[in-house]
Design a protein. Structure first.
Length: 365
């Protein structure tokens, strides 16, 4: 049996009629930049998330960049985040000549440990970026309390968590600004790069809308220094075809995660979802001591796996100038040697799930 990690082609085949129709409409009008599908998608995203403003943009990375630009991050400012994540979470901080300040993660959720944030705050700290890793939001009540006390802004990196919830709010409707990614392999993905920024703040929304088009408030009149950060119309058309099915896909992901957990929890460490939170299950990530052996065995059985992430950001060469040493964030470093993600998508069959589970159960030492 050969299993697809993300099943993107099968998803396309299921939604082919609507996807093709939406794309053809854009081709017929040939309005590829900021066409009507973009604004329509933004309204649909606002309805889905409950956020007052949804601003579509070119990627999850640019969404973070736009969010930081909107709150006025300047060279020398410090932003607190966690090192166990994809590089864009800290890369965008460094791109603006600000300083990423890392705080270790919780061992069970892989999200930033809110208990460690306060010790990392200095006079230069301007914001906190909690990352909703693998689909689950961070401890936002604790983080918001700290940010209120120290008058800091909170930007939620929800690249992997679109559609998840923290208490009664979606992941896109918490913090001062929230961001997401529509990269093809994300729970809701387009057919190229894409992302969005969410906020309830009118001023932030206004500036982000201008900054994504080179800071223009009207053509060739530039109020801000901005970027070319628009979502193209074709990608919006794809997302409009997929969004109506997304709630159902999230429910299926949840059911798959429950089956995985029930069958595997006695064999190795399975994901923990904290009370009053849900996950979009961007990844289903296990912990195992002899990861390479399990990976090789599963590969031989036609079961793909992935490692998110093998090297924490504080040990990456590009952040060497921050002078973090190995051992300073032990929880992140240990997770990087043990995590392994197995297939997670809403098109896995029961036979495939049973096959994956059986082969993990029978190959754990």
């Amino acid at each position: 049996m050969n299993i697809d990690f993300a099943n993107l082609n099968l998803q396309y085949q299921k939604y082919k009629k609507d996807v093709d129709s939406n794309i053809q409409k854009v081709l017929n009008r040939s309005n590829y930049i900021m066409g009507e599908e973009v604004s329509k998608l933004e309204r649909e995203l606002e309805s889905f998330t409950g956020a007052k403003h949804a601003i579509a943009c070119s990627s999850g990375t640019d969404a973070l960049l736009l969010a930081m630009m909107a709150i006025g991050i300047e060279p020398g400012d410090e932003i607190i985040t966690s090192p166990f994540t994809f590089i864009s979470s800290a890369e965008t901080i460094a791109f603006l000549k600000a300083k990423p300040v890392f705080v270790d993660i919780e061992p069970d959720t892989y999200n930033i440990d809110a208990n460690l944030i306060e010790a990392a705050i200095t006079k230069k700290t301007k914001a906190i970026i909690p990352i909703s890793l693998f689909g689950q939001p961070s401890d936002m009540n604790a983080i918001q309390s700290i940010s209120n006390q120290y008058k800091l802004k909170v930007i939620v990196d929800g690249a992997q968590s679109f559609g998840s919830k923290y208490e009664f709010n979606t992941d896109s409707n918490i913090g001062d600004i929230s961001t997401t990614s529509f990269f093809p392999a994300k729970p809701l993905g387009c057919y190229g790069d894409g992302g969005a920024v969410f906020t309830n703040n009118d001023e932030y929304a206004s500036s982000i809308k201008m900054m994504r088009v080179h800071g223009q408030n009207k053509q060739y009149h530039h109020k801000y220094i901005g970027i070319g950060g628009r979502l193209d119309t074709l990608q919006a058309a794809v997302l409009l075809a997929k969004l109506p099915h997304y709630k159902n896909e999230l429910e299926i992901r949840h059911m798959i995660s429950e089956k995985y957990t029930n069958k595997l929890k006695n064999y190795l460490m399975t994901p923990l979802i904290k009370n009053k939170r849900t996950s979009s299950w961007a990844q289903y990530t296990l912990r195992v001591n002899e990861r390479e052996i399990l990976q090789t065995t599963l590969k031989d059985k036609g079961i793909p796996t992935a490692v998110y992430y093998p090297i924490p950001l504080h040990l990456q060469e590009c952040f060497k100038y921050l002078n973090y040493k190995k051992g300073i964030f032990p929880t992140s470093e240990k997770a990087a040697t043990q995590v392994i993600s197995i297939p997670m998508n809403s098109f896995l069959t029961n036979d495939q799930l049973d096959y994956i589970i059986y082969n993990i159960q029978n190959n754990i030492n």
